[in-house]
Design a protein around this ligand. Structure first.
Ligand code: PLP
Length: 486
């Protein structure tokens, strides 16, 4: 027998689908079998208080899926579902996953307790009213929307012929050219299109590199505290991780790290501490890579935001730079959700990465690539960056003033670049507790322990205050609350 009921609260679940699913469920559970006559659509529509067309749609869907058949003058009846080879319900797993996968799905790359910003992250905005000093995010309310729209229109009007391609490549030639100019004027890197691969951001770049290099084995040195998702991409594939401390001159390579085959570094601003790798350490690193036949992975994620001085040229701009693999991204330049980045490396490495990438997913959206090329060529990105540097510097100075005034026991250096403050708390204060107390006052700050790998025993009581997304007004509001911290 059929007992159909509509859930009228599930406003997004159309009635015809609800009817179809209930009848299909009854057939699969064996409650009705072959030949069973469904009620006439008019009668069912009256019983359920809905339009007849809705019932007709449900019946049509059941027929299209093979659960029912309809004959002119005879109405709709249940078909022979044995022909559909539908597994009886008792053979299905409770999760709906294949048995061999149940409980064996690889866990997320993010270990428990490590914070990662996500769209639904309750820790970022449990209440709308929270002011969030979220690190690693770019400000999106000041994007040059008009210029961005215009660039998109230009691309759509002129580019249709370029958008068809399933042709294997390392990126669209227009974007590759535009990046060559961009990195030369902003980062001092001289390169050519055959040394660049367009990717879906630096995290993706690191995944591709890990995939390519893992068969060669060896270790990867990386700084702690640090941006761990990238080193984890290598470690998860089987490369041995060699954590190294970071001091005021940047990453300090341990003896074990000297033998590493890969060195993951953020020379301009080490994340999250913001320190710049000193010229001496840069020289040593390049020398070491050459002596030990190793590669350096340079993550240059936010060097465009500098406040006191121009950034040092990228490591990739050094004279002997063949061993440097440069990771660039538009995540901070424009916005994180864009998901476009690039790798600059030796043409042989790019060729191998391109083969791998092409096999994986056929490359980055051409429309995005052409749009970015247009934004770079038209000067929109450079103009936006100049504007944002001034804006972020103001916010940095404002936060620095408040920290000086209200928290004299907290230790920090004003960031010369980047988008976050890294604050060491006095020994009697626990970062997790301070985070909770701030949240109770309506302000989200974050604990620095997210940036330490679990095996590292260093001092972890740091706070991180990202100022990429907060407005000046929010900074005033937040600190008027924070001065009430116990
Ligand atoms: C230090 C660092 N490297 C890399 C990335 C990842 O960049 P992308 O968005 O291009 O994957 C981030 C993201 O915030 C970051 O903070």
């Amino acid at each position: 027998m059929l007992h159909l009921q509509l859930d009228r609260q599930r406003s997004h679940h159309p009635y015809y689908l609800q009817i179809m699913e209930q009848i299909r469920g009854a057939i699969l559970a064996g409650h009705v079998s072959r030949g069973f006559q469904l009620p006439p659509s008019r009668q069912l529509a009256i019983e359920l208080g809905i339009a007849r067309r809705t019932v007709v749609l449900a019946y049509e869907e059941l027929c299209a899926q093979g659960y029912c058949e309809s004959q002119v003058g005879k109405g709709t009846s249940v078909a022979d579902v044995a022909l559909l080879h539908v597994a009886p319900l008792e053979h299905r797993t409770t999760t709906g996953l294949p048995q061999w996968l149940v409980g064996k799905t690889p866990r997320s790359a993010v270990p428990e307790g490590e914070w990662q910003p996500t769209l639904n992250d309750k820790s970022i905005s449990p209440q709308q009213s929270l002011i969030c000093f979220t690190p690693s995010l770019a400000q999106t309310n000041l994007l040059p929307l008009k210029a961005m729209q215009k660039a998109f229109q230009t691309v759509m009007q002129t580019a249709s012929i370029h958008l068809q391609g399933y042709e294997k490549n390392n990126g669209h030639p227009e974007l590759l050219d535009a990046i060559c100019h961009h990195v030369l004027s902003n980062r001092g890197i001289t390169t050519s299109p055959n040394q660049i691969l367009i990717t879906n951001g630096s995290l993706h770049s690191s995944y591709l590199l890990a995939e390519l290099f893992t068969p060669h084995g060896g270790g990867l040195s990386y700084g702690v505290p640090g941006y761990l998702p990238i080193s984890r991409n290598f470690i998860k594939k089987g490369i041995q991780g060699i954590p190294c401390a970071v001091d005021t001159d940047g990453i300090c390579l341990t003896e074990a790290a000297h033998l590493a085959r890969f060195h993951y570094v953020m020379p301009e601003h080490h994340f999250p501490t913001g320190v710049t790798l000193s010229p001496e350490r840069r020289g040593l690193l390049l020398q070491l890579a050459s002596q030990q036949d190793a590669l350096i992975i340079e993550d240059d994620y936010d060097s465009e935001f500098y406040f006191n001085r121009h950034p040092l040229p990228a490591l990739k701009a050094a004279e002997y730079n063949e061993r440097v693999i440069y990771l660039g991204t538009f995540s901070k330049t424009l916005f994180n959700g864009l998901r476009v980045g690039y790798i600059i490396a030796h043409p042989e490495i790019i060729q191998q990465l391109m083969d791998l990438r092409w096999q994986m997913d056929g490359g980055t959206s051409l429309i995005l690539q052409l749009w970015l090329a247009e934004l770079l060529k038209s000067g929109t990105i450079d103009h936006h960056l100049r504007r944002m540097r001034v804006h972020h510097r103001k916010k940095r100075d404002l936060i620095a003033q408040y920290l000086h005034r209200d928290f004299p026991h907290w230790q920090w250096q004003p960031p010369t670049g980047g988008l976050q403050f890294w604050i060491k708390l006095p020994p009697e204060q626990s970062a997790l507790k301070v985070v909770q107390q701030c949240r109770a006052l309506g302000v989200n700050v974050f604990s620095g322990h997210h940036y330490y790998s679990s095996e590292c025993k260093q001092e972890r009581d740091h706070l991180i205050l990202g100022f990429g997304t907060v407005t000046e007004q929010q900074i005033h509001q937040a600190f008027s609350q924070l001065k009430n911290l116990p």
